[in-house]
Design a protein around this ligand. Sequence first.
Ligand SMILES: Nc1ncnc2c1ncn2[C@@H]1O[C@H](COP(=O)(O)OP(=O)(O)O)[C@@H](O)[C@H]1O
Ligand SMILES: [Mg+2]
Length: 435
Amino acid sequence: MSAYKSRKHKVNPPRTIAVTGGKGGVGKTSIALNLALTLARQQKRVLLLDGDTDLANVSIMLGLYPERTLANVMVGECCLEDILLEADYGLHIVPGASGVQECMDMEPEESFRVLRALSKLERHYDYVITDTAAGLQPAGLHMIAAAELACIVVTPDPASLTDAFSLIKVLRRRGYQRMPSVLINMAQGASQARSVFQRLDSAARRHLQCSLHYIGGIWRDETLRQSVLTQKPVALLPLADPSCRQFITLADMLNVRLSQLPARKAGIAAYWHSVSKRQQVFRQNTQTTSAETNPRERCLQAVSELDTVLAQTPDSAMLRYDVFIRLFALLGRMPGNDIIEIIQTGLSAIAWESLNPEQREHLATHLRHLVDEISPVHTHANAQSLPQVELTEPFYDRIRFGDQGKLTRALKGQPPGVSLSQLLRSIAGKENNGS
Ligand SMILES: Nc1ncnc2c1ncn2[C@@H]1O[C@H](COP(=O)(O)OP(=O)(O)O)[C@@H](O)[C@H]1O
Ligand SMILES: [Mg+2]
């Protein structure tokens, strides 16, 4: 397009932002579009990737109806520049950007052609903003990973908070290490926005060991809602208009946050390129293995690949968690006698001796719970039918050792240095001798 051609080549890669959210309807598109327009109004060169797969996309909010989208570029019908739309203040839009996900399934030369064009295009802009597909879809997760800053849009609706939490959980499990920014949309005021943020932040800290960054709030705003119907975004209103001002503040907050993050050497196309290459190597490997090897060898090869990946990232507890849970779930789908043997053999392969006593105790407690859950009746029945089975380590139970207060008093009456387990053992010993 002509406006694109007139742009001068820029050396630094753009700052990349993904506007995302756990679910649809939270305001991702409204925010991505108004933020992009606000930055463009401040004479910044902005490219907006319309990656939301919902019907209410960026183009519709502007009243622009693209004849061609990224899909046409991907099948080689036209060039990337041909599909660019130009909105107010020279904002450029790539319609149908969610299609970039399909690059991963294309032939290497084809995906390289599209991604090289995207990479060349990006260099002309100060900011590349993606309006992502709802975060939990694979395309949405990739778009978040591709950008240097993820802006998760959340509303005070509890369902939106739960969805945002799930999104952060999935991101963390997939090895996402950056701190996501959170934007509270449709808030009734600053204090509500803050308290919604704090709820999400404390849940993420407690359960996901991840802190979040508060980037700001956008109020529930009738003008903004109407602007979608009239196809005139609020960022085009006079600068003094309160609806427009909110986005100026948001753009300021965004710039502050970006200034705290190290600038990247490459834009988002580089990310997609690396994913696409990985995908191709994976496909090639699986094709050769399925043609040339039997299932046992394929499984062993998969395990050895896992071994390599896990050894390369020894600090990623989330990764190990994910792998372990998935393998367990996979094997658990085919229960039977063989699975019991597999678990037995697997457990005996764990290097227990390298655990410290506290870790052993922790694991032993879990295994005891597991036994109780699997066979509660048998455990108790056995205990009754084998009355004199002596446990090497007696465990406290009220029937056998009396109430806790009595036991504590007995412990206090012991010489210094006698531990609870020694006391229990001695009581259990007397019991046995007396019977
Ligand atoms: N701050 C707000 N105040 C009032 N209505 C809003 C606000 N943000 C978004 N909306 C409305 O919510 C609906 C969904 O917004 P949209 O941007 O399409 O969400 P998403 O892209 O997440 O699906 C639209 O009708 C929009 O006008
Ligand atoms: Mg949308």
